[in-house]
Design a protein around this ligand. Structure first.
Ligand code: APR
Length: 227
């Protein structure tokens, strides 16, 4: 049998059991903050220091040694090791680094990364682990795709989807486009579509296979068929 090509979309649900909050679990608030304030460019212009404080807090949280990959992240890393990086691509909406920590290599962070910042003028992207001090440097912003901004590496994602055998969506509610539209595109390309989530997502009807339960259980169980 030929090695299958697999594109995996992950969302906040895969990291929930690692202690990171999902977005839509608490009345539309993200860690107690209004999304318009902390996840739009307009919010950043209104209060750059407040927005940096928010991402500084998240960056610190992510670097807490207690925040570790869970069995779902490790299972996906094992899948890549078994089938090869050419055959397994993780497209994550998450800005955490838990896929990397688990050992995955072929990852696209379509919504940016918490441990990176970007120079607004030059576009240069830097690894960044400490607090941003806006008073000292007014040009650096979080390397995060905010609402109304273009997600990253879309051409590569569409290319991979069009060549895939499987599209597996894990831990995402299907509220945010373009990621929420990948399943439809995969169906059009004749790709097998699979949803692994705690509960049915908004796009539930578009998936051919659906398995519901905590990611740490359903992901390792499902990927056994490829290993
Ligand atoms: N295992 C599997 N799924 C889970 C778990 C778990 N332990 N816990 C929660 N979930 C599911 C929820 O049922 C929900 O369907 O994960 C999904 C999380 O959905 P959201 O919070 O909406 O997160 P996500 O889909 O990643 O959000 C997309 O929205 O706010 C923006 O840019 C942000 O990348 C984010 C995007």
């Amino acid at each position: 049998m030929q090695t299958p090509k697999i594109v995996i979309l992950t969302g906040a649900g895969i990291s929930a059991e690692s202690g990171l909050s999902t977005f839509r679990a608490q009345n539309g608030l993200w860690e107690g903050h209004n999304v318009d304030d902390v996840a739009t460019y307009q919010g950043y212009l209104r209060d750059p220091i407040g927005v940096h404080n928010f991402y500084n807090m998240l960056r610190n949280k992510l670097q807490n040694p207690e925040v570790k990959p869970n069995a779902a992240h490790f299972a996906l890393a094992q899948l890549e090791q078994t089938l090869g990086s050419d055959n397994v691509l993780i497209v994550t909406q998450n800005v955490d680094n838990l896929h990397e920590k688990a050992g995955s290599k072929n990852i696209i962070h379509m919504h940016g990364e918490l441990l990176k910042v970007r120079n607004e003028k030059t576009g240069q992207i830097l690894d960044y682990y400490q607090d941003v001090n806006y008073e000292e440097n007014k040009l650096i912003r979080p390397h995060i795709v905010w609402f109304g901004e273009m997600p990253l590496q879309m051409d590569e994602i569409y290319d991979a989807l069009s060549n895939a055998d499987y599209f597996i969506s894990i831990g995402t509610s299907g509220n945010v486009y373009p990621a929420a539209g990948f399943v439809q595109m995969a169906n059009q390309f004749g790709v097998k579509t699979v949803e692994l989530n705690l509960e049915p997502s908004l796009g539930e009807n578009l998936f051919q296979t659906k398995i519901y339960g905590p990611a740490s259980q359903v992901v390792p169980e499902y990927i056994k068929k490829f290993i």
